[in-house]
Design a protein around this ligand. Structure first.
Ligand code: ARG
Length: 265
């Protein structure tokens, strides 16, 4: 369960907030690129300290959101499903990530419908939880199931602040998750209750600091240090929470998980 993980990350060399494609982004507000790079380097170091492997894809100028590697694809059993972004601002990231997958030896397929990778598609045990409503289209859930060969469970996101599944739900281990119920439609909340009766329920305060945008290896959970309630709840449930500060990246609507794509060879 706590096997060593392989992650792909993208240094935020060109990070900026120059457009607004989610409610967290304010192109008129100040941001500090150097601080973003330092916070990202600390996140990377936290993974290395846990014994995980971190590979890096070259950041491209003009793609300020490329730091959010989770949106680069979904890799399961050595098969890499590429991405198609909803927004033109991020479109050129898709071929860059696909090229990295190919060069790393993965079989790559590109989706025909909008699909923002692990931002919306999370492996939970044997199934894929797939968000829709804002970015990844429902039509893409079917092609995801077909190519990745895992059952896909569709979850309807309803709160624009939690526009990607990984902002509202975190997979903790093979059998459990943490999530914010109000980010999901009533039907999806019922599905989550059925599948994960022991889930950790996050507070709106946890979610508001993107606390659910966390990376778990099955025991250690790297999450925003500001998510105090969730940190305590994880500890009580037997996990080892590790707080990191990525407040500068939150200005683009991202947290630790957004910066991290799991490479499952
Ligand atoms: N500014 C980026 C966007 O709106 C943030 C992406 C965050 N990534 C994620 N996996 N939630 O697309």
């Amino acid at each position: 369960m706590t096997a060593k993980r392989r992650y792909l990350m993208c240094r935020p060399t060109h990070f900026a907030v120059t457009y607004r494609i989610n409610p967290w982004m304010d192109p008129t507000a100040p941001y500090d690129n150097a601080l973003a790079v330092r916070q990202w380097a600390n996140l990377r170091q936290a993974f290395l300290d846990l014994g995980h492997t971190v590979e890096e894809i070259d950041p491209l100028p003009g793609l300020p959101d490329m730091v959010f590697a989770a949106n680069g694809g979904t890799i399961v059993d050595g098969r890499a499903l590429g991405v198609q972004f909803r927004d033109a601002e991020r479109a050129d990231e898709a071929p860059a990530y696909a090229a990295w997958f190919r060069e790393s030896g993965f079989e790559v397929e590109m989706p025909k419908h909008d699909n923002e990778g692990e931002g919306d598609i999370l492996l939970a045990g044997d199934v894929l939880l797939a968000g829709t409503g804002f970015r990844t289209s429902h039509a893409s859930h079917a092609e995801t199931q077909e190519f990745l060969r895992r059952p896909v469970i569709t979850l309807q996101l309803v709160d624009p602040a939690y526009y990607h599944l990984d902002t509202a739900l975190c997979v903790l281990d093979e059998t459990n998750i943490a999530y914010l119920p109000s980010a999901f439609s009533p039907g999806s909340q019922a599905v989550l209750r059925q599948l994960f009766p022991n889930a950790i329920i996050a507070t709106s305060e946890d979610a508001a600091v993107l606390g659910l945008n966390a990376v778990s290896d099955g025991h250690n959970v790297v999450l925003p240090v500001q998510a105090e309630h969730l940190t305590e709840a994880l500890r009580k449930a037997g996990y080892n929470p590790i707080g990191v500060d990525v407040s500068e990246l939150r200005k683009a609507g991202g947290g630790p998980k957004c910066c991290t794509l799991e490479v499952r060879a």
